[in-house]
Design a protein around this ligand. Structure first.
Ligand code: ADP
Ligand code: MG
Length: 236
C-alpha cells in the first residue's frame, strides 16, 4: 500500500445521538504530504482521523486509502498501514512494560520475535526512550508516555501517520524532539493540532475544519498570513 493517497469523498459522519460531526468532506492527500488539520474544538478533527483509521465508518460517502475503501472488511489491513497516535497516550499503553506495549502491534501481526525486537528497539530509539523498556507506563512522565505511544505506532512501520494533538502537555524539549522526529518520517502525516507553530514548521499544507466542513485548504504559509482565517480560528 505504499505510494497511496488518502481520499475523502463526500464524507459525512453522524454520531448515535444525532450530532453531525462531518458534513461532506472532500479531500485528497497524496503520499508524503504532511497536512495540518486545524479548527476550533468540536470542528470534527478527531472524527476525521477516526474515519481514516477504520475506527469509525462514514454515514455517507467514502474514505479510500490508495484503491482500498475503508470498510469493516478492510479495517484490519487498513490499520496495518495507518498508524494512529491517540490524543490520550494512556489509551495506547496497557501492557505490563513499555517493551510489551511497543511490541504489541508487531506481535499481533505474527512477526517473528527477532523482528519484533528489532522494531521495538528502532521505535524506542526514534522517540528517545531506549533503556526504558522494562518500565511500566505509570512510571514514565507525561511526555515520555506520549513518546511511548508514538513508538507503539512506529513499530508497525505505517505508511500514514495520524496524530491527534500530539504536542498537548509536552514541555519545550519534548515538543522539539517530537517535531524533529516527525520531520524525519518520510510518509504521509495528518496532524490535528492547536499548535500553530508546530503546524507551520512541519506541514506544507493546512486544512481548516469548521462545523464539520472544510473551510480552507491551502499552503500553510498562505493560510497563516490570512487574517480572516486566523480570526475564524479565534487567533486574532
Ligand atoms: N462520541 C460522540 N458522541 C456524540 N457526539 C460526539 C462524539 N464525539 C464527538 N462528538 C461531537 O462531534 C463533533 C466533532 O467532534 P470532534 O471530531 O471530537 O472535534 P475536534 O476533534 O475538532 O474537537 C462535536 O460536535 C462533538 O461534540
Ligand atoms: Mg479532537
Amino acid at each position: 500500500m505504499s505510494h497511496h493517497f488518502v481520499r475523502y469523498e463526500n464524507v459525512h459522519y453522524r454520531y448515535e445521538d444525532g450530532t453531525e460531526a462531518l458534513k461532506g468532506i472532500d479531500l485528497v492527500i497524496t503520499h508524503g504530504e504532511r497536512v495540518a488539520l486545524l479548527g476550533l474544538n468540536g470542528s470534527g478533527k478527531s472524527t476525521l482521523l477516526l474515519l481514516t483509521d477504520a475506527l469509525l465508518f462514514p454515514s455517507e460517502g467514502e474514505v479510500n486509502i490508495g484503491d482500498v475503501p475503508v470498510t469493516k472488511k478492510t479495517a484490519e489491513s487498513i490499520r496495518r498501514s495507518v498508524g494512529f497516535v491517540f490524543q490520550d497516550p494512556d489509551d495506547m499503553l496497557f501492557m505490563p512494560t513499555i517493551y510489551d506495549d511497543v511490541a504489541f502491534g508487531p506481535r499481533n501481526m505474527n512477526l517473528p520475535e527477532k523482528e519484533v525486537a528489532r522494531r521495538v528497539s528502532d521505535a524506542l530509539c526514534a522517540v528517545g526512550l531506549s533503556g526504558l523498556e522494562e518500565k511500566a507506563a505509570y512510571q514514565l512522565s507525561g511526555g515520555q508516555r506520549r513518546s511511548a505511544a508514538i513508538a507503539c505506532v512506529l513499530s508497525m512501520e505505517p505508511d500514514i501517520l495520524l496524530l491527534d494533538e500530539p504536542s498537548a502537555n509536552l514541555d519545550a524539549k519534548a515538543r522539539r524532539s517530537l517535531i524533529d522526529l516527525l520531520k524525519g518520517f518520510k510518509h504521509t502525516i495528518i496532524l490535528a493540532t492547536h499548535d500553530l507553530e508546530m503546524a507551520e514548521e512541519l506541514c506544507e499544507r493546512t486544512v481548516i475544519l469548521s462545523h464539520g466542513e472544510v473551510s480552507a485548504d491551502d499552503n500553510t504559509s498562505k493560510i497563516f498570513s490570512d487574517q480572516k482565517i486566523l480570526k475564524s480560528l479565534g487567533l486574532l
